[in-house]
Design a protein around this ligand. Sequence first.
Ligand code: FAD
Ligand code: NAP
Length: 336
Amino acid sequence: MNIQLASSLKSHNTFGINATGNLAVFQSAEEIPALMEKTTNSPTLILGGGSNILFTKDPQGWIWKNEIKGIEVLDETNEHVIVRSGAGEGWHNLVMHCIRNNWGGLENLSLIPGKVGASPMQNIGAYGVEVKDVFHSLQAIRLTDGELVTFDQTGCAFGYRESIFKRKLKDQYIIVSVSFKLSKIDHKIKTAYGDIQKELEKSNIQNPSIQDISNAIISIRSSKLPDPTELGNAGSFFKNPVVSSSMADSLQEKFPELVHYPAGDSAVKLAAGWLIEKAGWKGYRRNDAGVHTKQALVLVNYGEATGQEIWQLSEDILLDVQTKFGVTLEREVNIF
Ligand code: FAD
Ligand code: NAP
């Protein structure tokens, strides 16, 4: 266990917000009982890669930073493999490990920042795949009594960028490992989403492998999204709102170019980035807080923005979108 008192959190969050806090870094689940004793039980915050967090104040108490590493095969048949990863492994490292072994299922989730332990928190998703599609189980320590508990799919109550850990069981468990069920044969590759097909055509690829899909997604993401090491951000700041089809119809009458997708019975998903761009915010900058020039869903820190400034900008965008479209955006980033 590594204790760092009154430590700068700037390099521990991808927004690059200069907050300060007491960090307790641990590398194994076995250290947690000692950690509970040392930090008088529960942490104020559990931190992975800090790529989905906005610090609007200095966290008091203790921040537990999870660095539990290790990837292992738990079970294997001719068709499937169950892979378990420590919660502190880098997400993209795990994806690359699986691709190298030709295990299909995670390739569309290439290049998402952060750690494996946070992936079930908001059921991370991209390009038509969500963690729940390949999730097998996870192990988490209950903070009230230190008990190790296993959660299956049902127990996690996954939804669109949601799980039970963001709602009913918020701040009650620390995830220590996550297992995924991946395909060894007959894997169904998903190329229908966004620009994947276009990117494959550029390289004249007809029958893509999982490596080709991963390469295509890495290339698209690198061209559109700001690299947090160069420009502070936490990816999409808001979720895509899901509205009733009657509401979507009336919006489309006013805005024929409205970007929308079916989302189950009588529901429609709107592209939050389109709403924000249409409202005139794309490329907007106030001091060092801004809206990305290429993707309006991403708020950025040009250097010295405070968490409060980014939060205020998000609030102004939220109110403006509400006024112009009657749609209430919900923040995806965890506000601390
Ligand atoms: P953190 O930011 O450290 O934590 C996020 C939340 O999870 C916090 O509430 C924290 O307390 C909790 N938490 C973290 N670890 C644990 C644990 N072990 N046990 C219990 N609670 C824990 N997200 C997507 O879904 N899809 C994308 O395509 C995507 N693209 C992104 C692109 C960029 C450029 C950036 C910066 C972010 C993107 N994100 C995306 C958001 C983010 O990367 C993911 O949500 C990621 O899973 C967060 O991981 P983290 O380790 O950084 O979590
Ligand atoms: P994009 O391709 O420009 O598409 C804009 C939005 O439309 C996306 O948010 C996506 O919703 C939706 N969409 C696109 N094609 C769709 C389809 N065929 N069916 C249903 N919905 C569709 O988006 P982008 O900004 O470049 O991002 C690409 C992918 O990476 C998206 O899946 C996005 O969620 C993910 N991403 C997430 C974050 C994050 O922080 N959460 C950051 C960057 C990228 P969904 O978001 O519901 O997929």
